[in-house]
Design a protein. Structure first.
Length: 189
């Protein structure tokens, strides 16, 4: 089992395509993915606010499936650390507290400004945009990343998506470097 730990912030779990990609990558054993019930609550609330066509029950089912798919994913007993932390957005302290508790090396987030280097460095943690995170994984094992993307594309049935459609979705989700790397190995997708 990989020893490098990544905590996923709610904002990277909100878009289904990025969540699906990150979860498939978590099964590669290149890293250990972690999150909390509070992080789940945040992404679920954001989705429900934007997508009235989805029900809370559907998203709770997604939560269950995520927790089942990634062994030991839930971080607990981090709450006592929250009040001692200082971040630009106090509502993000729980994410840093969880990362400290599980000895994560990285917080994967779109909100890099919310996790400044000066606040994370004392704990040996850095914040990475999901594009940077996936690009690093690609550098470690391009075949594993390509296989995860291929599995993701093949699982999309309603409607099915071509590789170009999926890569365009990743581009829309700010994964430009990842898409460039994937296009260089498109024959594996």
């Amino acid at each position: 089992m990989a020893s490098f730990v990544a905590v996923f912030d709610a904002c990277v779990l909100y878009p289904a395509s990025v969540r699906d990609l990150l979860l498939r990558l978590a099964s590669t054993d290149l890293f250990r993915a972690r999150w909390t019930d509070r992080i789940h609550d945040e992404w679920i609330a954001a989705v429900l606010e934007q997508r009235q066509d989805l029900s809370k029950a559907q998203l709770e089912r997604t939560r269950e499936l995520m927790n089942q798919a990634v062994p030991d994913c839930l971080v607990t007993s981090f709450e006592s650390l929250i009040d001692g932390l200082n971040l630009p957005d106090p509502d993000d302290r729980h994410v840093l507290a969880a990362a400290i508790r599980c000895q994560a090396g990285v917080i994967v987030t779109y909100n890099l400004k919310h996790f400044p280097e000066a606040a994370l460095a004392p704990y040996g943690i850095e914040a990475q945009h999901p594009d940077e995170f996936v690009s690093h994984l690609f550098d470690l094992d391009p075949g594993a990343v390509c296989a995860a993307v291929r599995d993701q594309r093949e699982s999309l049935k309603n409607p099915p998506r071509s590789i170009d459609e999926l890569l365009n979705e990743f581009l829309a989700r700010e994964l430009a470097e990842t898409v460039a790397q994937l296009r260089s190995m498109q024959q594996l997708l």
